[in-house]
Design a binder for this molecule. Structure first.
Ligand code: FES
Length: 166
């Protein structure tokens, strides 16, 4: 039986669409499905390369949120000095746009203060991704709400006792 997927075609058309983006794990079938559905090269790259997908050991906060569509995102954050998002990773159960949005929002949030991160919008994610298919324009909301809830949850946690050396 022939394989169901084939390695990525190095054709001029695909290379031109990807614009030099590294999508080593992509197969022709997956690429075609996503491209035909209207995903941008950037959104495909983040989805296929699983950028910032994972967990942080001993995060300062970890929170899962399920949106109205039924998709779930779990976000964990490492926060330094009670102020700056030092690291952000996510897991998801959902569509490729949820994955791309999770990658985008974690990229955007890293290095930002909590106050700055609270202001990240769906438009910021769409901008980072270079757009999403029309039917998927609501998906960044899952990432935005998850981040906002994670920050709110963190802010309600009892503050760690600061120990200073004598
Ligand atoms: Fe639910 Fe995309 S359909 S986040």
């Amino acid at each position: 039986m022939p394989p169901r997927t084939t390695p990525i075609d190095e054709s001029e058309a695909i290379r031109s669409f990807l614009g030099g983006i590294n999508v080593s794990k992509l197969t022709n079938d997956e690429f075609k499905l996503l491209k035909d559905a209207g995903y941008s090269a950037k959104a495909i790259e983040l989805y296929m390369e699983k950028v910032n997908v994972g967990v942080i050991e001993n995060p300062d906060v970890s929170l899962a949120y399920t949106g109205p569509c039924g998709d779930t995102m779990k976000l964990c954050l490492k926060i330094s000095n009670d102020t700056v998002i030092e690291d952000a990773k996510f897991q998801y159960l959902g569509c490729p746009a949820a994955a791309s949005s999770g990658s985008a929002i974690t990229r955007i949030a890293k290095g930002k203060t909590l106050e700055e991160a609270k202001k990240i919008t769906e438009q910021d994610i769409l901008h980072e991704l270079g757009g999403l298919p029309e039917a998927k324009l609501h998906c960044p909301k899952l990432a935005v709400i998850t981040l906002q809830k994670a920050i709110t949850t963190y802010e309600k946690l009892p503050k760690k006792t600061m120990v200073t050396a004598k």
